[in-house]
Design a protein. Structure first.
Length: 299
């Protein structure tokens, strides 16, 4: 019971407090892939801790399955018995895991089909109204647009209005930004985050994953474009494209402005994401065992 309780508490704390740590990760200076590593570490540790609690409840010395059948047959009610904490954790955790896995699979299939339909529709419409030059589809619009869609073939789309407003170096930086999304398979990461959110919408870490990943992929693409064209060029292009700054745009400009800052905050945030779940689970298990030992010795 001690192990199950410790793992449940660990999963709950990571699931609730994870978004606050991810916000620190977003603001910290670190290599772009490490932001995704921090997210996966937190998400993975929450899932592993929850799965471990279920496994511990069904492990040796526990008769969860037999007692559950007896409870469903009302045998335990006749004898005024109730399921113990670890048995409740095991049964409810198993049901939650099955439900979440089904929701994740269903959301993944829907998102994949949506991505395919989106690509096919855009490719068909782009083929009718414009032509690709140097791998870029130019829309005859005055509105400033730039986006990319993964598929076969990958699509990088810019508007002619954007070309009029940006200089050639700025325009090249925007193209590289969009191509970085395609090279990094960022659409898959965003889709994974949405599937996780659909599977566990009541868990803050899962529910806020799409927002985090969407911001992280933009920072990653900005960094890739900045390495080739310089952060100042990328920043200027971003400023022209978004004259009214949102919180997301402000964050991107902030990172581009301090691309050579101190990385210690990012290292600490990543270390916390990696060590917090393990240390918390170990501490709770040791504390619980230490508390229970005297009672066991005098039993």
């Amino acid at each position: 019971m001690i192990v199950s309780a410790a793992l449940v508490v660990t999963a709950a704390v990571v699931g609730v407090c994870g978004p606050a740590l991810l916000r620190r990760v977003l603001r910290a200076r670190m290599p772009a892939p490490l932001r995704f590593v921090a997210w996966i570490l937190l998400l993975g540790s929450m899932i592993v801790a929850g799965s471990g609690a279920v496994a511990a409840a069904f492990g040796p010395g526990h008769e969860v399955a037999r007692r559950l059948v007896a409870w469903l047959r009302l045998d335990t009610l006749r004898h005024h018995e109730v399921l113990h904490l670890d048995e409740v954790v095991g049964v409810s955790g198993a049901l939650l895991a099955v439900t979440a896995a089904g929701a994740f699979a269903l959301a993944s299939i829907r998102l994949h089909r949506h991505q395919l339909r989106l690509h096919d529709r855009h490719f068909a419409e782009l083929s009718m109204v414009c032509r690709a030059r140097a791998g870029v589809w130019w829309l005859p619009l005055e509105e400033k647009l730039a986006y990319s869609i993964a598929g076969k073939p990958d699509l990088v789309v810019l508007s002619e209005g954007l070309a009029k407003d940006l200089s050639e170096p700025e325009l090249a930086a925007v193209v590289d930004h969009e191509r970085s999304h395609l090279r990094g398979r960022h659409h898959r990461l965003v889709g994974l985050a949405h599937a996780v959110s659909a599977a566990l919408p009541f868990v803050p870490l899962a529910r806020q994953s799409p927002e985090f990943v969407a911001a992280a992929v933009e920072l990653s693409a900005d960094a890739a474009a900045g390495r080739r064209h310089g952060p100042a060029i990328v920043s200027a292009a971003l400023d022209r494209m978004h004259p009214v700054r949102s919180a997301a745009t402000a964050l991107r400009l902030e990172h581009l402005a301090r691309s050579h800052g101190n990385a210690m905050t990012g290292i600490l945030a990543l270390a916390t994401a990696a060590l917090l779940p393990v240390s918390m689970a170990a501490t709770l298990i040791v504390a619980g065992a230490w508390t229970a030992t005297p009672a066991l010795l005098h039993a």
